[in-house]
Every structure is written in C-alpha cells, then in structure tokens.
Design a protein around this ligand. Structure first.
Ligand code: KIV
Ligand code: ZN
Length: 515
C-alpha cells in the first residue's frame, strides 16, 4: 500500500456550493492556481452541469492547471457525465467523479428507487465516464449510514465497472472515528477486488469529527482524503485540508504516511480562500486561526521563552506565516513592500509592485501604520480592479447629518456611456446605493451588508462585504477604503461587474446552443 495519501481538494465544489454567493470564474481560477502551488494532487473544480458559470469555471481551470489532476462532479446520469467530459477535455490530466446515494434513507426517500436500481445506475455511470477517461472516481453518497452488505456490493461493482478511486463519504458527519475506521477495515476484509482501486474518504463535520474520522480511515488503509481549505463546506463544513496535512506531517511516526502538500503555502492559501469566499476564519481555528500560535498565559509565555517546544508542536514558519518586525508607514520604500510581500509568501507574479506601492502610499497617508492584512486586502482589491470594469464609479458625494435626510450624487460609466444619478436615503450608504441603482436600472437586491475593519481605531480600513441577488443568482461584492461610504459603493460596483460578466457567459452559452 502506498505510503502517501492523495489530497483531493474540494474547496471549489463542496466548499463553494455552501457559500452565500457564487465565486466568479476569475476568483475560482485564482483559488485553483493557489491550490496547485499548495501541491494538491487532485482538485475538484466544480459541478459542470449545474450552471453555465460552473461549466465555464471548470473549463478555465482545466485549461490553466498543469500540476494537479482537475476533476468535475456528476450525478450518476449521462448528461452530467457528458458535461464533465466536455468541460474537462482541455486538461492535461482530468478525472470524472460520479456519485449516487446508497444509504436506505436516501435510496428510499430521496431517490425513490430500489437498491438494485441504484447499483445498476452506479455501474452504468462509471462505464459511461470511462468513455472519456481512465481516471474515474465513484462515490457512495451517505456511505457512513449505508448497510455494510450493500456498501460492499456497491464498492465491488463500481471497481468491476472500472472505477479507479472509490470514495466513502460520511455525508452527514454521523460516524465517530472508531466506527468510520471500522467501515474501511471491513471493506478491505470483504471486497475481493478492493486492491484494484484507491479507497478515498470524504467526511463532513456535523459532529466536529471530520478530521478525526479521515485520519482514522487512513490508519485503516484509505489513501485519499477529500477536504477543503479552512474546512469550508455544506453545513458545519468538510474535513479541513490544513489540519489533515499538518497531522500527517507532524505525526508520521504514528500514521506512517505523508502527503505532497507544500505546507509553506498553507497560510497564504487559507487567507486567499477566506477573503474571496467571504468566510472569516475563527481565531482559535487549528493551524490557520489568528491565535493558533499565540501564547497568552504567563506560565506558557515563560515556557516558550525558555524553549519553544514546551508549548509549540509546530512552528508558524512551517505553514508560511512569517513574523513581522517591519513598521510599514508612508516613509517605507518600495523595497520594504516587496520584501514584506515575499515574506508573506507572494512572488512577483502575484502582484504589480507599482500599483501595490501606489495604493500602499495612499493608505499610509490616510492611516499611518499599515499592517500585513492591509497589504493583502489591497492586493485582492487591486486584483479585482484589474478585471474589465464595465461599470465604473468616477464621482461620489454623499452628505448626511443628524438633522438632515442623507443625499448622494454619483457619476459613473456604463460601458462607453457616462451617467449621473442622485438619491435620498436612510443614511449616506443607503443614499449612495439608491443613486447607483437608479442609474443602472437593474433588478438587483442587496440581501446582506457587512462593514468591518481588521483593527480598531478611527483610521482603520473599512471592508465592505455585500451579498446581492440578480436573476436568481447571488453575488458577493467586496470594497475597501478608509471611507466607509466609498468602501460600500465599491462593493456594489464589484457586484455590478460580476452580474455583467455572468450575463456575458449566459449569452455566449445561449448563442452556442442556438447554432
Ligand atoms: O458529501 C458527499 O457525499 C458529497 C458527495 C458528492 C461526494 O459531497
Ligand atoms: Zn460532501
């Protein structure tokens, strides 16, 4: 049996499907390239049949990622598998992942079929996927609650049909480690052809056991773990990639297996996913939480000062989290910013130093000291601005006061045209939003608005995150400024540009269908 565990990342599929708003194609590609640098063996890029946007994302990722296998998800039906084959065919190496539920409650209540039907559908799906690639993964959805006899029959039949990986998901996070490891042991003991496929696990975190269950399965012989960055995913999330990678790295003495993950990329990838997915990481989260390496009690601090290993089993450096001894202010030169970005794990290909330095200076002038998270936020914001801006805000003036109705006036360009708008509102942000939405006249509804900062203090940068709906889809907009009305307006302009790109993708697809 291999002494490496295959890391199958599903941030862009299971993780993304749980977000309040879909990621854009560009954001998904940005995450995919970060996952490739992180060294994931396989990345599940999406569910191509589910929407034109998802199809386009999977195709774009398949075109650009070279060092990881790119995978697409499909139900056990021919049209889903065909969509995967079509979206993935441009990839250097790709996998089709097809699944069907096998637990009694899913078979009877969700699928309303017999287990025999399901078995046959699974076999047909694997055979159909084999027409596109040798690399076919089959999943028994809700395997954790599937009667063992049925599970053994399904696994054996899927391998006979040609599945090269068989995945055992604990879809509802119901099992406990000894039980889940026991299921894998039973499969090894009872399925005669099991040595012909890699056994994979995919654990959800409903009882907080996704990581523990995955490690227990590896100890029982599983050799692929499906996981997501920061553990994002349906409900309580999926198994967290950074945790399993660091467990296998730190406790190889016990598990005897390693991974191909470049742990130095963990922190940076976690920050990127958190930022683009608008999913903050809790401070006490293992490995990547803000407090994961902070020692608070006097006794602990005393111990660490004498010998770090008294209270530290892994170092921040091992996940690419660098200490900062630099005071970054408007007096800092370009080389300081370049140096700090490289300490934070970014290469020159990741950012445009001229633009970053320019926005750094503007921020430093307004704010005084600039911190790492300010630099990273500027980087993401500048990257967002580099995309084609069909909608641009060129002027914004909003006036508010305790005794006055707030008013806002805006000028913006929509494509080639300049338009103006004005509105009253319930506060300056509301007035600015009304003015912009009056000018564009689109059926956009803001369903969530959050304004936050990373530090206290009146000079902190405002981070505006909004969720808006348009034509039944949700979009996440992000804006950044020391002026909260400007940050809020930028978040809405971001949403407008995302809806424009989504309309373009849908129009392209429609034109293709009409041909
Ligand atoms: O949780 C699950 O069962 C899944 C399958 C599609 C693998 O996400
Ligand atoms: Zn899942």
């Amino acid at each position: 049996m291999s002494d490496n565990v295959i890391i199958f990342d599903t941030t862009l599929r299971d993780g993304e499907q749980a977000l309040a708003a879909s990621l854009s194609v560009r954001e998904k590609l940005q995450i995919a390239l970060a996952l490739e640098r992180l060294g994931v063996d396989v990345m599940e890029a999406g569910f191509p049949v589910s929407s034109p946007g998802d199809f386009e994302s999977v195709r774009t990722i398949a075109e650009n990622v070279k060092n990881s296998v790119v995978c697409g998800l499909s139900r056990a039906v021919a049209k889903d598998i065909d969509a995967c084959g079509e979206a993935l065919k441009v990839a250097e190496r790709f996998r089709i992942h097809t699944f069907i539920s096998t637990s009694t409650v899913h078979v009877e209540s969700k699928l309303r079929r017999s287990f025999e039907d399901v078995l046959q559908m699974g076999v047909n799906a694997v055979k159909h996927a084999k027409k596109y690639t040798d690399d076919v993964e089959f999943s028994c959805e809700d395997a954790g609650r599937t009667p063992l006899d049925n599970l053994c029959r399904m696994v054996e039949a899927a391998i006979d049909a040609g599945a090269t990986t068989v995945n055992i998901p604990d879809t509802v996070g119901y099992t406990i480690p000894s039980e889940f490891g026991g299921i894998i042991t039973d499969l090894y003991n009872r399925v005669p052809n099991i040595d012909k496929a890699v056994i994979s696990v995919h654990c959800h975190n409903d009882l907080g056991l996704a990581v523990a269950n995955s490690i227990s399965a590896v100890q029982a012989g599983a050799r692929q773990i499906e996981c997501t960055i920061n553990g994002i995913g349906e409900r309580a999330g999926n198994c967290s990639l950074e945790e399993v990678a660091m467990i296998l790295n730190t406790r190889k003495d016990l598990t005897g297996v390693g991974t191909n993950i470049n742990t130095q990329e963990i922190y940076k990838t976690s920050r990127l996913v958190s930022q683009l997915c608008n999913m903050p990481v809790q401070s006490n989260k293992a490995i990547v939480g803000a407090n994961a390496f902070s020692h608070s009690s006097g006794i602990h601090q005393d111990g660490v000062l004498k010998n770090k290993s008294t209270y530290e089993i892994i170092t921040p450096e091992s996940i690419g989290k660098a200490e900062n001894n630099l005071n970054m202010t408007s007096r800092s030169g370009r080389h300081v910013i370049k140096h700090r970005m490289s300490e934070l794990g970014y290469t020159e290909a990741d950012f445009n130093l001229d633009e970053l330095y320019d926005s750094f200076l503007k921020l430093a002038d307004r704010k005084g000291q600039v911190f790492d998270y300010d630099l990273e936020a500027l980087l993401y914001f500048n990257q967002q601005q580099e995309e084609e801006q069909y909608y641009k805000l060129s002027y914004l003036n909003s006036v508010a006061g305790s005794a006055k109705v707030a008013t806002a006036g805006i000028t913006m360009t929509i494509g080639e045209n300049e338009v103006e708008g004005a509105a009253n509102g319930n506060g300056p942000v509301d007035a600015a939003y009304r003015a912009i939405l009056n000018a564009v006249d689109l059926p956009i509804e803001i369903v969530d608005y959050k304004l936050g900062t990373k530090t206290g203090g009146e000079d902190a940068q405002g981070h505006a995150n909004i969720i808006a709906t348009y034509k039944g889809q949700r979009y996440h907009g992000f804006g950044l400024s020391t002026d909260i009305v400007e940050a809020s307006a930028a978040a809405l302009i971001h949403v407008l540009n995302l809806t424009h790109r989504a309309d373009q993708v849908a129009e392209k697809k429609q034109a293709k269908n009409n041909k």
